[in-house]
Design a protein around this ligand. Sequence first.
Ligand SMILES: Nc1ncnc2c1ncn2[C@@H]1O[C@H](COP(=O)(O)OP(=O)(O)OP(=O)(O)O)[C@@H](O)[C@H]1O
Ligand SMILES: [Mg+2]
Length: 793
Amino acid sequence: MSNQTLHLPLVPLRDMVVFPSMMAPFVVGRRASILALEATLASNEKKIFLATQKDPKVDDPSMEEIYPIGVIATVVQNLKLPNQNVKVMVEGLTRAEILSQHESAGGYTSVVVREIDTKITLTPEISQYMTKLVEIFEQYAKMSHHLAFEGVMSTLKLDDPDRFADTLASHILITTPEKQQLLETISPYERLQKLQDFLEVEIEKINIDKRINSKVKKQMERAQKEYYLNEKIKAIHNELGRKDDRSDEIEELRQKIEEAGMPKETKEKATQELKRLEAMPGVSAEATVSRNYIEWLVSVPWKKSSKEIKDIELAEQILNEDHYGLEKIKERILEFLAVRQLIKQPKGTILCFVGPPGVGKTSLAKSIARATGRKFVRLSLGGVRDEAEIRGHRRTYIGAFPGQIIQRMKKAGTVNPVFLLDEVDKMSMDFRGDPSAALLEVLDPEQNNSFTDHYLDVEYDLSKVMFIATANVVHTIPAPLKDRMEIISLSGYTHLEKLAIGRQFLVPKQRAEQGLEEARITIEDTAIEELIDSYTREAGVRNLEREVGSVLRKVARQVVKKSDYEVTIDRKKVRELLGKPKFRSQQIHDKAEIGLATGLAWTEVGGEILSTEVALSRGKGTLTLTGKLGDVMQESARAALSYVRSRAELFGLDPDFHANLDIHIHVPEGAIPKDGPSAGITMATALLSAVTKMPVHRDMAMTGEITLRGKVLPVGGVKDKILAAARAGLTKIILPAENERDLEDIPADVREKMEFHLVESMDEVVILALDGTIVPLTPKEKLTEPIEPPITH
Ligand SMILES: Nc1ncnc2c1ncn2[C@@H]1O[C@H](COP(=O)(O)OP(=O)(O)OP(=O)(O)O)[C@@H](O)[C@H]1O
Ligand SMILES: [Mg+2]
């Protein structure tokens, strides 16, 4: 019977080893295995060959993926399960080795195996050895709780070392490869030795487990499985004398917490979190969250601060170094700095620079940082619509992180930076909460020493931060925020100012950026003027800077090959480099036209020229307004019409002129929404021009609100409007008399070129603007003599 070869169906086993003399249940599911099983059941002896797969995850293992030594077994029971699987009970018979393998026609693998003879005779020595193993096994069984020693003991055959070893092997909890190793150990004596080794290791493991368990139990309030296993791994590592990989990381974090200079409560919180982290498995998602949190806590500045410069004279010098002109602005900044220094705990105002793009709002804030020795960070609020962007998400959110305030503070690295809140007027609000409410807390000196970010979840002191805000317009800044701010308005620059800024600041800056040597590149004033007049049209100098940059870039490219170059850039060279001018220098209408008047508007980008057109057609007295006019502007159009009607006779019109006319007022450039009352006199003028057929002087621009009775009321943004008129080449300006004060702000070079007409009533506007003689009809007493032209400034 020994060394016999047999031809048997094969069933590969996943993650289990069947020993001879062992009864084992398992479920057969793979199709090939079920077919093999069916072939077995159809045979007389019901024998099958069981061999274990090396990798339990492989579905269709090749012969190389199966251990060559397995066991011949008989199927003693089988039960078809509802899901087509078959549950079987097998009894292991003998070890055998696979000699060859065949694909059987039945759709399964069959193998030719040779039985391995493992019988030995019992010697006293082996007998003794077995007795010892029984003892060890008894100890193991008692400790491991999962098996009843007596039960196993009754099956152990002390007169057959081979079966003894196999029975024992099938009862101890070792890994599948370890079991396979026992199966492959042919000599029972050797097998007994291996068993002893395994048992001793297992016993030691259980002992370690117990030690750990008692340690772990004390700390295990939350009885977490993960926690428990992790503690176990750590303790096992300690037991093996291996240092825990994570202890370095934990130690490092502990050190950082120590050094961060946090307030007491925060430090406690961080330490507590570190303890939690220590208890988690290092690679779990929870640990990542915990680790990130601690990293954030230790990386925001708690104590570190820049040494502030308190020298006002030095500050003044720095402001002058960085910016041309802006005298009044700089003066106010210096006052502000001086006041802040006098008061120990400066509470209250936040500077807010308001003005068109490119006038230096952002760069002034940077300059203030430099002048006070602080770090500079900037947060653009344009488009921020969610409170969480300011204040962060709670840590319970997946992927949560701190809000922008805390993120910037981390970037600043100090507790006292200049913190620029750029574009506060561009913040919006939606269902996710009002960001301005969060910002209010940031800016409120009563509260900002204990700002809480949802993520950090500890109080953070922002009271040493110098907040500065910027905006293009005031009216969209949320009111509660505006109340905390000291508004400093910047207007656009004049041609001369731009020239000076270009010459002294932009050219040197851009030249350095392009790596060009000053001595070799000369930019003449005519070149800068050409850029100002023909390539840009703006209140600030942002585009001018860009154009200067692009001229210099082009030059740099041309001279890059030459070691010896010298370039002078003048007006002509600019045209050569940049091509066709982007703007006509004059925006004046070519000729005086009927029904067309030029107004001055004030928008986010500074002053603007805004034409108003009026067209008349036969109709029934309807008034149509187009060009995206806001409510206020529509009302002032109606007021203008009322004025014209009330003065109809005065202008020689039929009092009912309007009854059979349709009037269309249009303000072109429809993409820009326009609003405000300041176009009132412009619309009235265009209307009158249309109905009287008298053209409007083409170099005349105007701004002013109109009442129903024709009174002209003052308007805002006069300086920017006048600068826009100057840019467009308009020299005659009609302004409300009450705006006379604003003329002081107009730089002399512009004022000199302009002719200002200050008016109190629309009647005066009409006489100034319309090209023609107004012949008063009735009532005669009203206008017997031509109206005196108003004072010219
Ligand atoms: N008076 C000035 N002297 C020197 N450089 C200036 C002056 N005003 C502006 N600049 C320069 O013009 C460029 C644009 O200015 P900045 O970015 O500060 O504009 P801004 O007012 O913040 O515009 P925005 O509203 O678009 O943000 C910067 O390089 C700045 O240094
Ligand atoms: Mg800016």
